[in-house]
Design a binder for this molecule. Sequence first.
Ligand code: NAI
Ligand code: MG
Length: 365
Amino acid sequence: MASNTLFLLPGDGIGTEIMAEVEKLIAHLNGTGATDFSYESGLVGGCAYDAHGVAISEADMEKALAADAVIFGAVGGPKWDDVPYDVRPEAGLLRLRKDLGLFANLRPAICYSALADASSLKKELVEGLDILIVRELTGGVYFGEPKEITDLGNGQKRAIDTQVYESYEIDRIARVAFDLAMTRGKKVHSADKKNVMKSGVLWDEVVKQAGKDYPQIDLHHILADNAAMQLVRNPKQFDVMVTDNLFGDILSDAAAMLTGSLGMLPSASLGAPDPATGKRKALYEPVHGSAPDIAGQGIANPIAMFASFAMALRYSFGMVDLATKLETAISDVLEDGLRTGDIMQTGCRKVTTGEMGDAIIAKLG
Ligand code: NAI
Ligand code: MG
């Protein structure tokens, strides 16, 4: 077995089209000797349901667990809208997150200068923007018990969701944020609602305690609602922001949109380091879905997928220079005026998924 193994899960819709570009990229990188990746591909989502009746097979789960990194496309589509809840396409992704223990979700918001004009904010507010939202992914109100709707018998119902965090969950996500900040701007904002939530009080206490192990980090507390406001008012004040599952869901979507299109946004999800090897389980995926409206036309933007692959190079394989080179190639191609339909601007040249992939790979030399 080669030293670096990938497991590719293209999924449904445009997932297969953008993953084809990743395969070209891997072939190029291996061909130049820059990497020695070996990989296999599997089925996840609707295509896995069609083949096996489940959203991911046990055999593919085993391959995902064995790989150094999972590269994931997107799942879902109208074809599977009526399949049973526990085997619906998203169940494949949820199973992967759970079994790989992926508790840290990394969502960068980077503004490519060629697209600064396309932001909904003024160019000077977003040009050069490079922030990273670190969202807790496996705890909090999405999973806490009790979680139910009860009939009160008087024509009324009551719904309950429960926000639960234990200190170890907060400590480990805080440390991921601090470790990442050490490789960047050494500044962390921790966002919670300690003014109205007990879980926020504990969140703040544990983050500050963990922060004592990182004296070089400039640690700030911010209330989550103010964080939303500041992201829109002056996003460049942030470097790394760490927050819980619910606030992270919202704040990361808001931060991402500062920089433009869904087709540009990468993400990484990391687990705990293996005590023996120090390696973290990891899954890399674009933020967008399977885009059924454009699937099969060869016009999807592969940049979110490539940028996710760059995160894999950086966080799973320590290939920081190569990751930066790939990100620079993406930026250069945009500077050259190449655009897929979703990011098209006047005066630019419209290209297909394959042409965009080829152009980025060509920039790598
Ligand atoms: P979506 O992200 O698939 O598409 C939203 C809009 O953005 C569409 O108009 C689409 O054409 C466009 N778009 C998205 N990615 C693009 C790309 N790379 N290039 C060009 N245009 C792009 O979200 P939507 O429509 O809400 O969901 C479609 C399906 O995807 C659903 O079945 C949903 O459940 C699933 N989904 C899966 C996700 C995942 O696999 N992680 C995440 C979000 C949605
Ligand atoms: Mg969301």
